[in-house]
Design a protein around this ligand. Structure first.
Ligand code: HSE
Length: 400
């Protein structure tokens, strides 16, 4: 039997207990031994809960108990998760987390401590919820140079954009709905401003490059400015609007950004709807691959956490290596990204063509007080210059 402690008995923590309870037999069979929760750390008590007797309020009980081999963190946020993670690793315990904020900020450091103490630090649930993407990048695509990762990495915003598209609803109404369904972060700003996707693409790029990507360096745009009118234009163009976290290999670096895109119907990400996530990966030998599945929610995320626990339970006496050094990766300026742009502006044709040259105009019913158009291919520097020459700009979205 291997004993674990779960930190946080909220959505994910209680999900971990539920997965272990529900699939106990098959998990024991696959692991070769039983996985037992010895403690659950939470500030609250849970009278009447199946696990009420193992709730503790003091982390030192866990840190100082040599029987606890794996500490599973499901609290979210950087502190106190980081202090608990470090303490657990230094005490020679393995560490598993679903916490992208913690890993994006402290991943390289925690990995180094884990290596030094010959234990593992796994975080498969931190990106893509239940989708196995960390392990494939780390262990299956090792023969490839990863040239592109483009992902729908946030379930809340994808759910919102899908609903806006299907029902013509406005932003604020669909946000409330996503929060009620438990998809959004405690502070939904992290979802809608793209910060959550930013941390996730930072983690994926760190693993793809083997170096530390500072999420603060990533250009990040959210979806707060996307309106029902933009969605109508996207439909008229046969495209869907998606918030993508993208990473493109450029020589010895990566160009990384988070932004909404109008995705064309032939792209594999076009049809990824609702709370689903998908991560498109292009390898120099593999070509294109796509990983698709439930990107948020209690049981999908808990399933990925338990998969990491099982991995460690099968390898209790060694450090499972993840390529992620402390050396910083200097990112390529996001303005080197070349694309076409969809623009809406309250202006005239002469001004548009003076700024952008020859463009493709788009018209939809009921909107007659603006011009909407698609620019030629241009890099971000040229685009910013052209845009600064045009007045009355209402919207601009990259085309993919
Ligand atoms: N708020 C996140 C999302 C949860 O919507 O994807 C999963 O990381």
């Amino acid at each position: 039997m291997i004993k674990i402690a779960v930190l946080g008995y909220g959505t994910i923590g209680s999900g971990v207990a539920e997965v272990l309870d529900t699939n106990r037999e098959i998990i024991t069979e696959r692991t070769g031994q039983e996985i037992a929760i010895k403690y659950i750390l939470d500030l609250r008590d849970f009278p009447g809960d199946l696990h009420e007797d193992i709730i503790v309020h003091d982390f030192s009980v866990i840190a100082e108990d040599p029987e606890v081999r794996i500490v599973v963190e499901a609290m979210g946020g950087v502190e106190p998760a980081y202090t608990f993670a470090r303490t657990a690793l230094l005490a020679g315990k393995h560490f598993v987390t679903s916490n992208k904020a913690l890993i994006a900020d402290k991943g390289a450091e925690l990995m180094a401590v884990a290596k030094e103490k010959n234990v593992s630090c796994l975080f498969g649930a931190s990106v893509g919820g239940g989708i196995p993407i960390i392990r494939p990048i780390n262990t299956c695509l090792t023969a490839d140079i990863i040239e592109e990762i483009s992902g729908i990495l946030n379930g809340t915003t994808n759910y919102m954009l899908t609903k806006m598209s299907e029902e013509g609803s406005e932003f604020d109404d669909v946000l409330k709905d996503a929060q009620q369904r438990g998809y959004a972060e405690a502070d939904p700003t992290a979802d809608i401003e793209g910060f959550d996707a930013c941390r996730k693409i930072a983690i994926l790029t760190s693993l793809a490059s083997g170096r530390r990507v500072d999420f603060q360096d990533i250009h990040t745009e959210g979806i707060t400015k996307i309106t029902a009118t933009d969605i109508k234009y996207a439909k008229a163009l046969g495209r869907s609007i998606k918030l993508l976290g993208s990473s493109y290999k450029k020589d010895d670096s990566y160009l990384v950004m988070v932004a909404p895109y109008m995705v064309e119907s032939t792209h594999p990400l076009y049809n990824v709807n609702g709370v689903f996530n998908a991560i498109f990966v292009k390898g120099n030998m593999l070509g294109d691959a796509m990983f698709y599945g439930s990107g948020a929610g209690k049981l999908p995320t808990a399933s990925a956490v338990v998969a990491d626990i099982i991995d460690i339970a099968k390898n209790p006496d060694r450090h499972i290596t993840l390529e992620w050094s402390a050396e910083k990766l200097e990112l390529t300026d996001f303005r080197e990204y070349v694309s076409r742009y969809f623009v809406r502006a309250c202006t005239d044709q002469k001004a548009v063509e003076a700024a952008f040259g020859s463009v493709e105009y788009v018209r939809i019913a009921d909107v007659d007080d603006e011009l909407a158009f698609i620019t030629p291919q241009m890099d971000g520097f040229a685009y910013e210059n052209a845009l600064s020459e045009l007045s009355g700009v209402r919207q601009s979205i990259r085309i993919k």
